[in-house]
Write a protein that binds this ligand. Structure first.
Ligand SMILES: *Cc1c(COP(=O)(O)O)cnc(C)c1O
Length: 385
C-alpha cells in the first residue's frame, strides 16, 4: 500500500486508508456489516474478534482521518459527544479541566450535567486570551479543552499558546476542530495532544451521518482511549464509516467552496443595514484575525450575525423566511443552514451564561453551503427584507 503521508491534502483525502479489497480488487472499501468474526481455534483469528473493538471499514476511515490531521492514530466514535466523553473519561474525581466560555452547547451540557457529578471540576473561561489560563492552573489541572473557532461567536483561540502552557504544566491539550475541519487547521502540528471532530459536520459533509473522531500521536494515549472505546462501546457502525469515507473524498473541494461562499456572504452582510454585528474571522477587524491567519489555511463558511433591534419574535420570523437556507441544527453539510443558537444548539446553556458569551436572542448562525453564492445572497436579501 502506498504511504500517502507525504502527499498533499486532496490526494490524501481521496486515497489515504482506501486500499483495494484484497479478495476482489473492489476499489471502494467494503462495508463489513458483521458483529463477529469466525475463529480457527479459540483465540486464533485474523486480527478481528468482535466488532465493537475492530471493524475493517472503520479502520480504513480511521487511517484516512489520521492522515488528514497528520496524526499517527485515529479512533472513530458513534458521535462527536461519544468522542468527547471518552476524553473526559481519562480523568479521575478531583481532576480539573480548563475550557472555553463559548462552547458547543452539548459539550457544556456533558461537562456540567454529567461529569461534574463524578467529581470533575470545569473552569469555563475566555481562552481567546491564553494568559487567562495560567490563573486557573493548579496541581489538579489535567486537561485544557479548547474549541476554535468557537461556536457561535467565532472567537479564535491560539492553539500554540495554549499548548505552551499545557506542556509547561504537564496538562493534556485537546482541541475540538469541528468548525475548521482538517482542511483549515491541524491542531497536532500546533502542539495539541488530541484533536476531536464531530465527523457529523464537515468531514461527513452531507448531513446523513452522526459520528465523532479523535486523532493523536502518542501511542500510550491512543491505547488508553481505545481501551475506553472498547470498554464503553460508543463505536460507529460500518455503513456510517463507508458514508464518511465517501464524503471525505470531496472534503478539499467542498471546503474551498465553503470558504469562497463564506467570504462573499460575510462581505455582503457586513454593510447590510439590518445587521448590528457580524462574527467571521476573515475580517481584518475581527479581534483574533491575526491568529486565525496564522493557524488556519482560510476562514471557513461559518458566520454569525446579530440582527439590529430585533426581539425574539422578529428574529424567529426572519429565521423562518428563508427559501434556500434551511432552518436546522448542525452545520458543515453541502446545503446552507440557518440556526438560532439561543433556542436550538445552545438551549441547554442558561440564558445569563448565553448573554455573557454573546449568544443573544437576536443572534443567528449561518452554515454557508456549497450552492451558487448568488442564490444564497438573494435568499438573505429577501429574508432580511
Ligand atoms: C456538533 C458538534 C459537536 C458534537 O458532535 P455530535 O456529532 O453532534 O455528537 C461537538 N463540537 C462541535 C463544535 C459541534 O459542532
Amino acid at each position: 500500500m502506498t504511504d500517502f503521508s507525504k502527499h498533499k491534502f486532496g490526494t490524501k483525502a481521496i486515497h489515504a486508508g482506501a486500499e483495494a479489497d484484497p479478495t476482489t480488487g473492489a476499489i471502494m472499501t467494503p462495508i463489513y456489516q458483521t458483529s463477529t468474526y469466525v475463529q480457527e481455534s479459540p483465540g486464533k483469528n485474523k486480527g478481528y474478534g468482535y466488532a465493537r473493538g475492530k471493524n475493517p471499514t472503520r479502520e480504513a476511515l480511521q487511517k484516512n482521518i489520521a492522515a488528514l490531521e497528520n496524526g499517527k492514530h485515529c479512533i472513530c466514535f458513534a458521535s462527536g459527544m461519544g468522542a468527547t466523553d471518552a476524553v473526559i473519561k481519562l480523568l479521575r474525581p478531583g481532576d480539573e479541566v480548563i475550557t472555553g466560555d463559548d462552547l458547543y452547547g452539548g459539550s457544556y451540557r456533558m461537562f456540567t450535567k454529567i461529569f461534574e457529578n463524578y467529581g470533575i471540576k470545569f473552569h469555563f473561561i475566555n481562552l481567546s486570551n491564553a494568559e487567562n489560563i495560567s490563573k486557573y492552573v493548579n496541581k489538579n489541572t489535567k486537561l485544557i479543552w479548547a474549541e476554535t473557532p468557537t461556536n457561535p461567536t467565532m472567537q479564535i483561540i491560539d492553539i500554540e499558546a495554549c499548548s505552551k502552557i499545557a506542556k509547561a504544566n504537564n496538562i493534556l491539550l485537546a482541541v475540538d476542530n469541528t468548525f475548521a475541519s482538517p482542511y483549515l487547521q491541524n491542531p497536532l502540528a500546533l502542539g495539541a495532544d488530541i484533536v476531536m471532530h464531530s465527523v457529523t459536520k464537515y468531514l461527513g459533509g452531507h448531513s446523513d451521518v452522526v459520528m465523532g473522531a479523535l486523532v493523536m500521536n502518542d501511542d500510550k494515549l491512543h491505547e488508553q482511549l481505545y481501551f475506553i472505546l472498547n470498554s464503553c462501546g460508543a463505536n460507529p457502525g460500518p455503513m456510517d464509516c463507508f458514508l464518511v469515507m465517501r464524503g471525505i473524498k470531496t472534503l478539499h473541494l467542498r471546503m474551498e467552496r465553503h470558504c469562497f461562499n463564506g467570504k462573499k456572504i460575510a462581505e455582503y452582510l457586513k454593510t447590510h443595514p439590518k445587521i448590528e454585528k457580524i462574527y467571521w474571522p476573515g475580517f481584518t477587524d475581527h479581534p483574533n484575525h491575526a491568529i486565525a491567519k496564522k493557524q488556519m489555511r482560510d476562514f471557513g463558511g461559518m458566520i454569525s450575525i446579530v440582527l439590529k433591534g430585533a426581539d425574539q419574535n422578529k428574529t424567529f420570523k426572519i429565521a423562518s423566511s428563508f427559501k434556500v437556507f434551511s432552518l436546522a441544527e448542525s452545520l458543515g453539510g453541502v446545503e446552507s443552514l440557518i440556526n438560532h443558537p439561543a433556542t436550538m444548539t445552545h438551549a441547554s446553556i442558561p440564558k445569563a451564561e448565553r448573554d455573557k458569551a454573546g449568544v443573544v436572542d437576536n443572534l443567528l448562525r449561518l452554515s454557508v453551503g456549497v450552492e451558487d453564492v448568488e442564490d444564497l445572497i438573494e435568499d438573505l436579501k429577501q429574508a432580511l427584507a
